[in-house]
Design a binder for this molecule. Structure first.
Ligand SMILES: Nc1nc2c(c(=O)[nH]1)N[C@H]1C(S)=C(S)[C@@H](COP(=O)(O)O)O[C@H]1N2
Ligand SMILES: [Mo]
Length: 318
């Protein structure tokens, strides 16, 4: 019981950004890096043909026009502890993972519940490209062209009841395909949750692709959550269950280390992580010596989302 509630995580396993980049540079200098340091020029032609192209994608007015992080960086610099804690582990260790066929169970406070296939989930929706700024709690950032559907439009189909105050997104538990789940790094399965109004916000999407192709396993195939004004850890990957609840649910990082990771996890340059500053961030792809840039309140999405938190003390509800 104790072990399940308080998984053993060694803070040294959470590789800091500078340690990772140093190691990557050293490996590269020694010619040993599995990670390509190609210039930032990922055009669609650079995307390996093994990735399935997605059709009929419309553009979104919510997209940023900031320079995109390359496909190579988006798919080789990842956090997905189910495949290991290193940034390269998800790309290296997810080859056995099978994202098809797939089904998602909807339960809790909703009129329509049950298990739906990936195809059922997507069928009535239009795929959109949403180029979003992404900010990890570890003080690095990316600009990623996700392909997805409006999460609010999907959730409305299940008719949440008036008791549905929170929505939880649970990742699949499959230790035979996910080697990281053989260790108690987190209290598996990975779970993150949003308040219902955050889940319904038009910026929140369920992503199925990136750069016009189906999500690679390391990015959370076949379905993952994207909430661009929150730190990346809110974005559960490889989702198999969506639960509507009245009470605030268990969420993996907040319950593991409440002093370090808040339930809200809104990007906020004024509220530091206890072990590092959140005022600046390192855009991935610029190399180790590239300049950090200032982090923006709500990751630059304040005009759209600040009103969700009116009257809340954001240093308390971090
Ligand atoms: N299931 C699961 N989802 C997860 C994580 C994880 O370890 N397991 N890591 C989170 C963190 S910390 C980040 S920053 C983003 C990274 O998404 P990306 O690798 O597609 O950039 O995924 C989030 N979703
Ligand atoms: Mo993260």
């Amino acid at each position: 019981m104790l072990i399940r509630n308080k998984p053993i995580i060694n803070s040294s396993e959470i590789t800091s950004e500078s340690v990772y980049l140093n190691r990557r540079n050293l490996l590269h200098a020694a010619g040993l890096s599995g990670i390509s340091l190609l210039p930032n020029i990922a055009l669609s032609e650079d995307i390996p043909s093994r990735y399935q192209r997605l059709e009929n994608i419309s553009k979104s007015s919510f997209s940023t026009d900031a320079k995109k992080t390359s496909f190579v960086d988006v798919t080789t610099y990842n956090n997905f502890y189910e495949f290991g804690t290193g940034k390269g582990d998800p790309a290296s260790n997810s080859g056995k993972f099978k994202p098809q066929p797939w089904a998602v169970t909807i339960d809790g406070e909703a009129e329509v519940t049950g298990t739906f296939t990936y195809e059922d989930i997507l069928k009535p929706h239009t795929l959109e490209e949403r180029i979003y700024r992404m900010r990890c709690v570890e003080a690095w950032s990316m600009v990623v062209p996700w392909v997805g559907i409006s999460l609010g439009d999907l959730l409305k189909r299940f008719q949440p009841t008036s008791k549905a105050k929170y929505v939880t997104f649970e990742t699949v538990e499959r230790p035979s395909e996910m080697p990281g789940q053989k260790r108690p790094l987190l209290d598996w399965p990975y779970r993150e949750a949003l308040r219902i109004d955050e889940a319904m916000h038009p910026l929140t999407i369920l992503a199925v692709g990136v750069y016009g192709v189906e999500l690679p396993n390391q990015n959370g195939a076949p379905l993952r959550l994207i909430v661009p004004w929150k730190y990346g850890f809110k974005g559960s990957k490889s989702i198999v269950r969506i639960s509507f609840t009245e009470k605030k649910p268990y969420t993996s990082w907040n319950d593991l280390a409440p002093g370090e990771y808040g339930f809200y996890a809104n990007v906020n340059p004024e509220v530091d992580h206890p072990r590092w500053s959140q005022a600046r961030e390192r855009p991935i792809g610029g190399g180790f010596f590239s300049n950090k840039v200032p982090t923006l309140m709500f990751n630059g999405y304040a005009d759209q989302v600040a009103n969700l938190y009116t009257g809340m003390d954001l240093t308390r509800y971090y």
